[in-house]
Every structure is written in C-alpha cells, then in structure tokens.
Design a protein around this ligand. Structure first.
Ligand code: NAD
Length: 339
C-alpha cells in the first residue's frame, strides 16, 4: 500500500485526493495547506487523518512514501527540493517549475537523493491524443512534418478561478500541456522558438499578465509547429478550454477538436453547459476521465516499479523551452532553446 501525502488543498489538490481515496493500492495519509480550513475540508471529505499547515513538518511526521505537489505554478521549487531531501517520490503538478533555477534545482535534488518524479502533463492520457500518438508511432502518417496546436482558456480562469494568475502565465497554465503534447507527438525536442505576444485585455481587468502568445517551434529533426495560447477567449464560450490540433505527416494527417466534442449539452433557463466528461466526471461514485488517469498512473508505476509515462526530464525540457518562448516574445527575436 503506497502512503501518499498532498501539499496544496485547492481545486486540483482535491482532484488528487479523489483518486487516492478510491485507489486500491493507495492510502492518503496526510494533507497540507497554508490555509488550514482548506486542508481540513478535503481531509474530512476523503477521510485523510493528518492535517498540516507546514509541509516540512508533514514530511517529518507523516511517514508518507510519496507526495503530490499541488501548489500554484510558481511555488513548486522549494517544496519539491524539500521532498527530494526527505527521500519522497513526487507527483508534481504541471509545470515542474517556472524558473531555470528551480527546474535545475529540482532535477539535481531528485537525482542526488534518488527519488522518482512524475509531472502531471495529463494530455498524454487524453483519448484523442493517445489515438493520434498511436497512429504516428504505427507510421500511418509517414514522417511528421508540421503541427498546429491551439489551447486557450476563457478569461474567467485568469480573472476569477486562479488567485495567482499574475504570478503564472497562459504558457505555464496551458502552454505546458500543448508543448508537452507536441514534443510527445513529434517524438523530438524543440531546438528554436519564435514567439510574438500581446497584452492589454487582462491588464484592463486588473490581471497583469500576457493575453496571447503565438509561437513557432522548430524541432531538432526539422519538424515545425505553431502553438497558440490565449487567456482571453470569451466567458460566454461554454467550453472553458478551446482545443484544436492538427498533425501533418508525409502520408497523412490527424485533426483533433477536443473542445467541441458535444458529447453532452445541458441547457436550463439560466445557462448552457457542455461538461467536458472526457477530462473528469463521476460514474456510480467513481471518478473517471483522463485527468484522473494520469494520477492513477503515478500510483501504479510506483507500485509496479515501471517507468512514468511523463519523465522528469520531459517536464524539465518543456519548462526550459517555455522560458525560451518567453525570452523570444520579450526580445522579438527567434531564440535557440537552452537546456
Ligand atoms: N493537470 C492539470 O491540468 C491541472 C489543472 C488545474 C490545476 N493544475 C495545477 O495544479 C496546481 C494548483 O492549482 P489549483 O488550481 O489547485 O490552485 P489553488 O489556488 O486552487 O490551490 C493551491 C493551494 O496551494 C496552497 N499553498 C500555496 N503555497 C503553499 C505552501 N507553501 N504550503 C502548503 N500549501 C500551499 C494554497 O493555499 C492553495 O490552497 C498548479 O500548478 C496548477 O497549474 C493542473
């Protein structure tokens, strides 16, 4: 039985608690949040016995084997290094970190203390993207030549859902998913990036953050891709995420439209909803969807001693390439990615 602890009892920390609670080979022994009432509420809902407000105390006291780090994007570094020093394996929410220094600190600490790290870049469990990957790996598309990936959020995510959006970026919050997916589908590393960004809409809504990045990626083996990441799609869109992806090969193409699958539409006099049941839903009391599959996979791989589907190195390269994208947008020049 794998003993797990969670740091960060917010929206997504609760998602981790949900899957640990129903996994037969996992026991959620502790939860920590700076805000005790949040940790206590999740603990009560999922029967977690120990509640902490200081993660260092939790690492000392709880006897956990592994930790989920589910704090805001820019607050993964110190916590992940402390977990490595305490000898704990980790599932870090995406992105692994948001500065070069933190990325290298985490990788060095994990290697030094021989702990295993997975980062929750869960698009690899999304059914349409998994099918695209299988087609590419089976050679159905021939040589992958180019790609387009648009992954945007409605404004509400930056203005209301996240209290820390100004300390993050659409590139961290969603761009990490699109870049990880493109790296995975191209089976290659990004060599050079050229990004153009625009700001102003979120600034006017009192969120000092970039609205949109349009980025061209060049891969080592010659593949090229365009990546669109915006935090300002209209709040009236019933799909919070706007997801479109095309991958073009020498003999074929796959096209994914994951935002408008329309599997279910729900209308009342007050509103329209298009629940994204592929991401997460509950069926007969059990949590389903690819957002849970990635977390379940972390537990399974630790228990079975198998390789993670997303390695620490994958996630580190994704974050380092995003930092190069930000540099490119700032300098208004193409930038070679520094790993
Ligand atoms: N895999 C996905 O697609 C997905 C989806 C949503 C969020 N996330 C990621 O999950 C992480 C958390 O996002 P969220 O939406 O749950 O944020 P949130 O703001 O709802 O929750 C974060 C929690 O962390 C707590 N916290 C901050 N610093 C802490 C510390 N030092 N010690 C203990 N607790 C601390 C906060 O009090 C807060 O309760 C982010 O990295 C985000 O990008 C991933």
């Amino acid at each position: 039985m794998l003993k797990l602890a969670i740091i960060g009892a917010g929206v997504w920390g609760e998602t981790h608690a949900g899957i640990f609670a129903e996994h037969r080979d996992a026991e959620n022994v502790a939860i920590c949040d700076r805000d005790e009432s949040r940790a206590a509420a999740v603990a009560k809902k999922y029967g977690i016995k120990e509640v902490y407000t200081d993660y260092r105390e939790m690492l000392k006291q709880s006897g956990c084997d592994a930790v989920s780090i589910v704090t805001p994007d820019h607050l993964h570094g110190d916590i992940a290094v402390a977990c490595a020093e305490a000898g704990k394996d980790m599932l870090i929410e995406k992105p692994i970190a948001t500065t070069r220094e933190d990325v290298h600190r985490i990788v060095d600490a994990a290697n030094k203390h021989k702990v295993r790290v997975m980062v929750d870049l869960h698009n690899r469990w999304s059914p349409p993207f998994a099918a695209a990957k299988q087609a590419i790996d089976a050679g159905e598309l021939g040589e992958v030549q180019s790609g387009y990936f648009r992954l945007n959020d409605i404004k509400w995510v930056a203005t209301d859902m996240l209290s820390w959006s100004a300390q993050s970026s659409i590139l961290w919050f969603l761009g990490s998913h699109s870049l990880d997916t493109l790296r995975w589908l191209f089976n290659d590393d990004v060599k050079r990036v050229y990004s153009v960004s625009r700001a102003g809409v979120l600034d006017a809504l009192s969120v000092p953050a970039v609205d949109t990045y349009l980025t061209t990626l060049e891969f080592n083996n010659g593949g090229i891709a365009q990546m669109e990441n915006s935090w300002i799609t209209p709040n009236g869109n019933p799909c919070i995420n706007d997801i479109k992806c095309n991958i073009l090969g020498s003999r074929g193409m796959v096209a994914v439209d994951a935002s408008n699958h329309n599997l279910i539409q729900k209308y009342t006099d007050a509103k329209t909803e298009v629940p994204d049941v592929l991401v997460r839903n509950t069926v007969h009391g059990r949590v389903k969807g690819f957002a849970y599959e990635s977390i379940r996979s972390f537990v399974d791989c630790l228990n079975d001693g198998k390789e993670f589907v997303v390695s620490m190195e994958d996630a580190a390269k994704t974050s380092l390439a995003i930092l190069s994208i930000m540099e490119s947008a700032k300098q208004r020049l193409p930038v070679d990615v520094t790993y």
